[in-house]
Design a protein around this ligand. Structure first.
Ligand code: ZN
Length: 468
């Protein structure tokens, strides 16, 4: 597949991604549950419907009831916000969630009270070192209430009596997430169900653009891209889930799917100005880890590869030891690395069209490499097969020099022994991934190679009896 064939130019792609980030940032208050999440998923659904390459969008909304035990956790009560504001001594509203979704401490319990400023202070959150920004705070697992505001606004509050109005509901309801499944187009290998590629993003932060409007926008675009591919070796399962409790809930309900996951990615923070950053899976050398390293190196641009740590986003759950899935994380600036993180300054101006499109391009390439990373077997492994008479150089074409073509052919023939995958071969031979695949295609075209990891196909020619 060629990215430029599927998408218009990078500028149009960047514009589309940024537009969706902006729309998602303006959505109502959202959290790990509630109508804000449903409204957010509806925005995603509408964006997909604008240009879906085929009939019917496989966009499925799941509702998991409050109280459901999920791994070591429990699906929480559903939280909804009708109104939340603070009335000052002079009767004016000094903070109002209607002005900015971050003004309300996430999961604030319903509260009506009259308090002095001193009594109120433990419930007011600001950032003294960034006096013009509103912090993003939540209290999911401890019942609390509060308001988040700029430090400038906090300092301007006069003494006197304040009226707290938090008209929220915290009741039995459900946790909402969305799932898109794009089935493999190739027959499943060996026994039964197709292997899967899992890609997830979190949906729970209100308003913030990079973390994680960018993740939702890029995953939406990726759904469209994957659906348009003429063939898919893997079944792609794309999840829009609330952070932590969403992945835990999904893992609990999908234990049958877990065993089929061959590659996975958690997407977050894809539009800021930091270098593209890939965090390896717990395994450290999974195919997706190696594919990410190649895709990033190919850009020729600065980038980072960081090792797994049990901190961050949903990779913590997918890479918990009981699952140990081959799931890495891709984005740019990491949690807490940039001052705008979890503040009102993480707004659509903070993410750029160019970086959103750049992240998307790297992601597409990672997937392309995973799709193409087969294991092959040389059908003539005893001595070098005679290459000249098979027209292989013509098959690869004139764009590469003859020596490089020959090196690619020799390395592939030597290492394609049914154990090395194409990433192994590229790495050991020190040649480009695309040179390896070009050599493979040419050699397979003259029956010198067969797929070793595909469904039952042609068998390698057994060696002559005298050398067995
Ligand atoms: Zn976050």
């Amino acid at each position: 597949m060629n990215t430029s064939e599927v998408h218009d130019d990078a500028a149009a792609l960047g514009e589309r991604l940024h537009g969706l980030v902006t729309t998602l940032s303006a959505a109502p208050v959202r959290s790990i549950t509630g109508d804000g999440v449903r409204a957010t998923l509806e925005i995603v659904h509408k964006a997909l419907a604008e240009s879906w390459p085929g009939p019917g969008i496989p966009f499925e909304i799941h509702e998991v009831p409050s109280g459901t035990p999920v791994l070591d956790w429990t699906v929480p009560k559903e939280w909804n916000v009708r109104a939340a504001y603070l009335v000052g001594p002079d009767g004016s509203r000094v903070v109002d969630v209607a002005d900015h979704p971050l003004h309300l401490l996430g999961y604030s319990v319903p509260t009506r009270a009259r308090l002095s400023l001193d009594e109120l202070r433990p419930h007011l959150f600001s950032m003294p070192d960034r006096p013009g920004w509103i912090p993003y705070r939540t209290s999911y697992w401890n019942e609390n209430w509060g308001f988040c505001l700029t430090d400038d606004a906090l300092r301007a509050l006069p003494d006197g009596e304040y009226e707290v109005v938090i008209d929220t509901t915290l009741t039995d309801g459900s946790l909402t997430y969305a799932e898109i499944v794009l089935p493999a187009t190739e027959p499943a290998a060996a026994d039964g169900e197709p292997e899967e590629f899992l890609i997830t993003t979190h949906t729970c932060h209100p308003a913030t653009a990079n973390d994680n409007g960018s993740g939702m926008a890029v995953l939406t675009e990726l759904a469209r891209h994957l659906a348009a591919l003429p063939s898919r070796r893997y079944t792609y399962r794309l999840l829009f889930i609330p952070g932590t409790i969403g992945s835990i809930t999904w893992l609990e309900g999908n234990r049958d799917v877990v065993g089929r996951i061959r590659h996975g990615l958690v997407l977050t923070g894809l539009g800021d100005r930091s270098d593209p950053t890939y965090k390896r899976s717990r395994r450290g050398d999974a195919t997706v880890d190696r594919a990410a390293a190649v895709a990033l190196a190919e850009t020729g641009q600065p980038h980072r590869l960081v090792d797994f740590s049990p901190y961050g986003y949903d990779e913590r759950q997918f890479c918990s030891p009981g699952f140990d899935l081959p799931v890495g994380r891709f984005g740019r600036g990491q949690h807490g690395e940039y001052p705008e993180y979890h503040t009102s300054a993480d707004n659509p101006d903070f993410v750029t069209r160019e970086n959103l499109a750049g992240s998307f391009g790297v992601l597409v390439r990672m997937i392309e490499i995973c799709e193409r990373n087969e294991v092959w077997r040389n059908t003539s492994p005893h001595g070098e097969p005679q290459l000249g008479r098979r027209g292989l150089y013509r098959a690869i074409g004139a764009t590469m020099n003859r020596q490089a073509v020959e090196m690619g052919l020799l390395w592939v023939l030597n290492l394609a022994d049914g154990t090395n995958d194409l990433l192994d071969i590229a790495s050991r031979a020190g040649i480009e991934f695309d040179s390896v695949t070009a050599a493979v295609d040419a050699l397979a075209g003259v029956d010198l190679l067969v797929r070793a990891d595909a469904a039952p196909g042609p068998r390698a020619t057994p060696p002559p009896a005298d050398v067995r």
